[in-house]
Design a binder for this molecule. Sequence first.
Ligand SMILES: [Zn+2]
Length: 57
Amino acid sequence: MAKAHRLDCENQAADCRFIIQSENETEAIALAKRHMAEVHGQQLTDDELREQHLQIL
Ligand SMILES: [Zn+2]
């Protein structure tokens, strides 16, 4: 079974229910980066997102 990369933004901001889930890590990171920038005004690097925000299911 393919691994899924998941970011559950509820972990970061209690009022945000945004969830990303993708089998493609590159895509998951790109979507997460855009969400963090547009919604939360946070400019995160790929490594920060991968290490601090993404879960592998
Ligand atoms: Zn969010």
